[in-house]
Design a protein around this ligand. Sequence first.
Ligand SMILES: Nc1ncnc2c1ncn2[C@@H]1O[C@H](COP(=O)(O)OP(=O)(O)OP(=O)(O)O)[C@@H](O)[C@H]1O
Ligand SMILES: [Mg+2]
Length: 320
Amino acid sequence: MKPETSPQESAPPVRPAIVAVDLARRFGTLEAVRDVSMSVAQGEIFGLVGPDGAGKTTVMRMLAGVLRPDAGTIALEGIDVVGEPERAKAVLSYMPQRFGLYEDLTVDENIFFYGELFELPKAQFRERRTELLEAAGLAPFRRRLAGQLSGGMKQKLGLVCALIHTPRILLLDEPTTGVDPVSRRDFWAILYRLREQGVTIVMSTAYMDEAERCSRLALLHEGRVRCCDTPQRLKDIVRGSLLSVTGGDPRANAAALAEAPGVAGVLLMGDRVHVRVDDAARRKDELTARLDGQGLPHARVEPVEPGIEDVFVALVGAPA
Ligand SMILES: Nc1ncnc2c1ncn2[C@@H]1O[C@H](COP(=O)(O)OP(=O)(O)OP(=O)(O)O)[C@@H](O)[C@H]1O
Ligand SMILES: [Mg+2]
């Protein structure tokens, strides 16, 4: 019989492009990051997910060699980032959360600036610029001042600048925050193409749908990695234990179910409520009856596929 794993899954692991071990960093008395370890294979799109202040930027800055860890080691393509940050800069590109564009320069001039920074040969620079501007949908705006671009366009220009020198490792800190869905699609098309070319990508994101597109995710909370796996396997943690309640007043529904037997937690998700229970199949009718009994007959209770947010809440609790 054929093995059930796909060829990709059964292939021997490739040498990790990024290996970080036991990273720690304090700011005064605040432990911003502790015991963070990660191993990222070449060609992965690895996601760092966590609430504000979880430590995403601090981890990114350490990986990029711009912030020295208090403890721990980082190897990028075998280069010791802590010991030799300058050497590491040749293989990586880092797009900070607030990327340094020159607002009073045009799109073209900004790209030229970053090309110069990396001393690219002219022909290679032009070819790369054309390709990236096309992919980002920025070709018609080459002469517009960066300061006059929309928020999403600025983010895309940041990515173009970060990619002008073809890095082996790309570190993106919340690159699509404030970017509209269409531009985010352009963004992801570029990331997928880079992955095919063997570029390793670490990105932090606040968007859960975006987290789902990553090959693996590290869920970061209060400076620690709480869980790290593929989105699919992370969702297995809560699969079969989730009910969605729709219809009626979501707040009233949530309040009516929070203390019900078998309920581990409720999470308001816009006009729905996700209810984490011990056994979804068993509790569905029970909770429907409870809502009915409390004068909330319009609510519908149905099993639902978990999202990454559900996993996060199950692991670390609901956001305050
Ligand atoms: N330079 C600094 N000086 C003092 N404290 C800092 C500094 N940088 C970060 N911190 C603190 O370290 C913690 C982690 O911050 P970090 O910026 O890494 O979080 P984050 O996950 O990137 O958050 P966000 O989603 O808001 O960008 C926070 O409590 C933050 O206030
Ligand atoms: Mg940040």
